[in-house]
Ligand binder design. Structure first.
Ligand SMILES: Nc1ncnc2c1ncn2[C@@H]1O[C@H](COP(=O)(O)OP(=O)(O)OP(=O)(O)O)[C@@H](O)[C@H]1O
Length: 227
């Protein structure tokens, strides 16, 4: 572990209730790294992400995530850990009853922002980053699937996260749009945010050669080869 480490898991056992999903997980991810997380359905990818964002408690082992010690993480600290993380899922989970701007405004206010000028600036900044500045007043249903996913990525960037966790972020998108989303996540990683992306999409993995971690038979392997 160095000063650049943002995810460090040591000898971690991942449980779903009493079921041991992954044992003895050792994983180190640095600032700015882009990492694919692969493995068959049920192999433990989402469970591993849940450990990282504090949704599952670690049993055995140790974990440091963006400066938080998972062993000492109580329910009260979880929201503070989540502010260091941007979470992007397959189903877009935008609030459907309000505009893009109001979706982002809601998250900033919920995470303690109060100055309306700073809020407006931040919303414009993140929309600029994802190429959607002109869609600020649109409702989610007026956007394509790819655009909605970009808004979700913009939302994940609001609090300048150290890590983006993406669980099948291209699962509902066509191949070209999927490539655009992954290109955007790659760009984000190049500006210093680590990205850990769970995917089943081998076309994407081949198109964007990156570090790969595979969940298989209850353990993780580093740098699995994709044929
Ligand atoms: N809430 C839960 N309670 C009990 N067992 C669970 C729960 N969630 C997942 N599991 C089990 O944990 C194992 C790992 O599931 P997980 O969702 O992490 O796999 P995954 O690799 O993300 O799969 P997928 O690619 O289908 O999303 C599976 O055997 C699953 O049945």
């Amino acid at each position: 572990m160095t000063e650049n480490t943002v995810i460090n898991l040591k000898n971690v056992d991942v449980f779903q209730q009493k079921h041991l999903v992954l044992s003895n997980v050792n994983l180190n991810i640095d600032k700015g790294e882009f990492v694919f997380l692969i493995g068959q359905t049920g192999s433990g990818k989402s469970s591993l992400l849940k450990i990282i964002y504090g949704d599952l408690h670690i049993g055995n082992g140790d974990g440091q995530i963006a400066g938080f010690d998972l062993k000492k993480l109580g329910n009260k600290e979880v929201p503070f850990l989540r502010r260091k993380l941007g979470i992007v899922f397959q189903d877009f989970q935008l609030l459907t009853d309000r505009t893009v701007e109001k979706n982002l405004d809601f998250v900033l206010k919920a995470t303690g922002w109060t100055d309306q000028n700073l809020i407006s600036e931040r919303i414009k900044d993140v929309l600029e980053k994802v190429g959607l500045r002109s869609k600020i007043k649109k409702m989610p249903h007026e956007l394509s699937g790819g655009e909605q996913q970009r808004v979700v990525i913009a939302r994940a960037l609001l609090n300048n996260p150290e890590i983006i966790l993406a669980d099948e972020p291209t699962g509902n998108l066509d191949p070209d749009t999927s490539e655009e989303i992954v290109m955007l996540l790659k760009q984000i990683s190049q500006s210093g945010t680590a990205v850990l992306m769970a995917t089943h999409d081998y076309h994407i993995i081949r198109t964007f050669p990156s570090r790969i971690i595979k969940c298989e038979s209850g353990v993780i392997h580093e740098d699995a080869q994709i044929v």
